[in-house]
Design a protein around this ligand. Sequence first.
Ligand SMILES: [Zn+2]
Length: 160
Amino acid sequence: MIQIADSSLFIIGKRIEGIIITVPSVVEELIDGRSRTMLDLMNVRVEPPLYSFISEVKTKAGFTKDSEELSKTDIDILAKALEFSRKEESFLISDDYAVQNTALHLGIKVRPVSQKKIRDVIQWEKFCIGCRRRFPQGDDCPVCGTALKKIRKRNNVREI
Ligand SMILES: [Zn+2]
C-alpha cells in the first residue's frame, strides 16, 4: 500500500512501515535535523507532482474555503495523493486540517499521524509575493498591497 506523506509525519516523527512517498517541496520544508533523519530512516521516495493533478487540486480547492489555507506544498502533496488515488490503493497521511478537508473533496483517503494538532507544531506566517516581505498576519501587504500568501515559518532563518 502506498502512503503519501506531508511534513506532519516527519515533524511529529512517527515511524511507519510500507512505501512512503512525498514531494520535493515537503523535503525543502524539513529544515531541522530530526525530521530530516526521519525522512532518511523511512526510505522515503521523493517524486515531483504532475501538473495536471496540481491544476485539478487548485480547481477543487477553489470551491472550498480551504484554498486560502493551502500552501504551495499542500497543493503539491494533494496532487501527488490524487495521482496515486486514481491508480492504486493509497492514503494521504496528514494532520493539517485544510489538507485533510480538501483531500476528502477530491476523493483521497486520509489518515492522521497523531491526535496532536499539527497547528501546534508548525508555525505560520504571511509572505508577500510582490515585495517578498514576511508578516505575522494580514490579508494584504501593508507595503505594496499585494495579497499575502500563508507559508510555514522558517524558524532558523534570520529576518532581514
Ligand atoms: Zn508587498
